[in-house]
Ligand binder design. Structure first.
Ligand code: UDP
Length: 244
């Protein structure tokens, strides 16, 4: 690769992926082949000397709202959801380590026999040393989502952009899988996402980004190489900002 090809647009990024992204071809839990694929894309980003933090959801295992609808106490259900994200984070840590990447899982809930506690300054130090940091257990509070955890952590660690991985090529006027005439947006403002209730992240997460001027880019994790293309400055997916 030449110097120009190597140049990255960002110094520090945070990538959010849902728990379902790890499902791959599996019916339940995580698909090791999918984990390896995603890990290798994260590895490619680290090779551009970009600091990368990751937030992983838990929806492939438990979602608090779903358990609560089935009759469980919401707070207990959310605790289970947060613990599910810890399992996913450990799986991703394992896949990254398999590729020789230095990585630390930091949990918002204290489970320090399996991973570190989230301490902001320590997280920043890991990133400065070139380690991938996986933030687990969301915000550590019930009634929040891992999307909100991703915007919160991205702001806390001064990430330049929040990259939200999805199954489609960005944000559309409607679900592009169900509605073939759904329109793709290249750029949007946070206010428009909120006003039109576009399905991107929950409103709390969007408001966090808006009020702290953190740009968000939504991209398709199934398109191999898109993550690296974004890091190199290519206009992939949809960008949401205050001045789109
Ligand atoms: N969760 C929570 N607080 C947080 C983040 C997550 O209580 O700050 C719980 C919540 O029950 C949620 C589950 O963890 O349903 C899994 O997270 P999420 O639904 O965001 O995962 P994803 O849809 O991204 O896989």
């Amino acid at each position: 690769m030449s110097q120009t090809e190597n140049r990255a647009r960002y110094r520090r990024i945070l990538v959010k992926m849902s728990g379902e992204a790890l499902l791959g071809a599996a019916d339940y839990g995580v698909d090791p082949a999918m984990l390896r694929r995603i890990a290798s894309e994260i590895h490619d980003v680290t090779r551009l000397s970009v600091e990368i933090a990751v937030v992983i959801g838990g929806g492939n295992i438990f979602r608090g709202a779903g358990l609560a609808r089935a009759g469980m106490d919401r707070v207990t259900a959310d605790h289970m959801g947060m613990l599910a994200t810890v399992m996913n984070a450990l799986a991703m840590q394992d896949a990254l380590e398999g590729l020789g990447v230095d990585v630390r899982v930091m949990s918002a809930l204290r489970i320090n026999q399996v991973c570190e506690d989230y301490i902001r300054r320590r997280a920043m130090r890991h990133l400065e040393k070139g380690r991938v940091v996986i933030f687990a257990a969301g915000t550590g509070n019930p009634f929040f989502t891992t999307d909100t955890a991703a915007s919160l952590r991205a702001i806390e660690i001064n990430a330049e952009v929040l990259l939200k991985a999805t199954k489609v090529n960005g944000i559309y006027s409607d679900d592009p899988v169900k509605n073939k005439s759904a329109v793709h947006y290249a750029r949007l403002t946070f206010d428009r996402v909120l006003a039109e209730k576009l399905q991107v992240m929950d409103a709390t997460a969007i408001v966090m980004c808006r009020d702290n001027n953190l740009p968000l880019r939504v991209f398709n994790l199934n398109n191999a190489g898109d993550l690296v293309r974004i890091v190199k400055g290519e206009d992939v997916g949809t960008v949401v900002s205050n001045d789109a």
